[in-house]
Design a protein around this ligand. Structure first.
Ligand SMILES: Cc1ncc(COP(=O)(O)O)c(C=O)c1O
Length: 383
């Protein structure tokens, strides 16, 4: 059996589905684009999405000529509520993107139910939520299709990578047709990715994290290494010529390896996150409500900081591997979001405020005590 097939089988096992419903891509965003295209979404169509996401999400919509329509988030979940979604639906709404943010899914069944009643398609953005569950079912089990990411810092990583779980088989023939245009991965790209995966495994530690992260971001910005996003993806809404790329052998092999430890990794994240949550609650800081915990796989633990620059500096000194999702309504774009259809960010007050203050604590470390002592020392900086 090929490694590609074995990888699809392993993924399908986690999603309690069949490997025939799993489609692999070079990145998660490519999968999103493919599925929207297979749904026939294009000019004149609106796609609803959270105003607190990654810029590559509206990019996929814009590449197809459709219009992204943003919905502000609830401060407790960082996700749009069903009521806000209902208010944003227009006669042109063809699809609703239902995001899992930092591992949390909320109202997924209600949003998908509402969409179905109104002949609107749904796609779950489970890039943060593979391996987690919503109401006891694997994340991605409620919509017409779901897409996932295996980029760095995701539930499991293949360097970059992603896949689609197609639930509504009505779109299968169209998706297979769309996938015929996928660009094969060159030997050079395959090699570059395997080098990056190797370096990541052996060079990243608490001590090297910050300098290497800065170096990686710089090198990927200038196009010298395979990056999470190419320069043009964060500066324009034009599709890069090599965007629609297939998955690679290196990703299949690495994915199979990484999935072996996923269950343990998820458990560790949840244990750490619950300790962080208890600390936040004891100290009167923003925390996750008990009602959300069963539907949360805690890829990251977001905190709102009084002064983000200072908090980041302290974390660097203490060798804490902080994340900065979503430091923009459309992470990581800084400055004007007009090209993506957001003229005034203040129209989304909750997301706007959060984007100015948010940082994410790691949940995957084996040394929770170190994180707790950092939190104790910097208690006054956290909201
Ligand atoms: C919410 C969200 N959606 C989509 C993506 C895109 O995933 P990928 O980098 O695999 O294309 C990301 C990337 O981190 C994300 O955070």
């Amino acid at each position: 059996m090929s490694e590609k097939r074995a990888y699809q089988i392993e993924i399908s096992r986690f999603l309690s589905t069949s490997p025939e419903q799993i489609f692999l891509y070079w990145k998660g965003r490519v999968g999103l684009y493919a599925i929207l295209k297979a749904m026939g979404i294009g000019k004149g169509d609106d796609v609803l999405l959270p105003a607190f996401t990654c810029v590559v999400v509206p990019n996929a919509i814009l590449y197809l000529g459709a219009r992204p329509v943003y919905v502000d988030v609830n401060p407790a979940t960082f996700l749009p509520d069903l009521d806000s979604i209902k208010k944003s639906v227009t006669k042109n709404t063809k699809c609703i993107l239902v995001q899992n943010t930092f591992g949390l899914s909320h109202q997924v069944d209600e949003i998908c139910g509402f969409a179905k009643e109104n002949n609107i398609y749904t796609v779950e953005d489970c890039t943060h939520g593979f391996g987690g569950t919503y109401k006891g079912k694997p994340n991605g089990s409620f919509s017409d299709a779901a897409f996932y990411s295996t980029q760095w810092n995701k539930p499991f990583s293949t360097g970059v990578g992603g896949f689609v779980y197609l639930r509504n088989t009505k779109f299968k023939a169209d998706l297979i047709e769309v996938n015929k245009s996928l660009i094969p991965v060159t030997a050079q790209k395959n090699f570059a990715l395997s080098v990056l995966i190797f370096l990541n495994q052996y060079l990243i530690s608490d001590f090297t994290y910050w300098p290497l992260l800065k170096l990686y971001r710089f090198l990927s910005k200038v196009g010298l290494v395979i990056g999470s996003s190419s320069g043009t993806e964060i500066t324009s809404t034009k599709m890069p010529s090599d965007f629609f790329m297939a998955s690679s052998k290196v990703q299949h092999r690495q994915g199979l390896k990484a999935l072996k430890t996923l269950e343990n990794d998820l458990q560790l994240r949840k244990e750490n996150a619950l300790k962080i949550n208890a600390w936040m609650r004891e100290n009167g800081k923003r925390n996750v409500d008990d009602g959300f915990i069963p539907n949360h796989s805690f890829l990251k633990y977001p905190v709102l900081c009084k002064d983000r620059a200072v908090f980041t500096e302290k974390a660097t000194e203490s060798n804490i591997q902080l994340g900065d999702w979503f430091n923009s309504l459309l992470h990581p774009v800084q400055g004007s979001l007009a090209p993506w259809g957001i003229a005034d960010q203040k129209e989304f007050p909750v997301a706007h405020r959060a984007s100015k203050k948010i940082l994410n604590l790691p949940t995957d470390g084996k040394k929770y005590e170190k994180l707790q002592s950092f939190l104790e020392k910097n208690k006054a900086s956290i909201e």
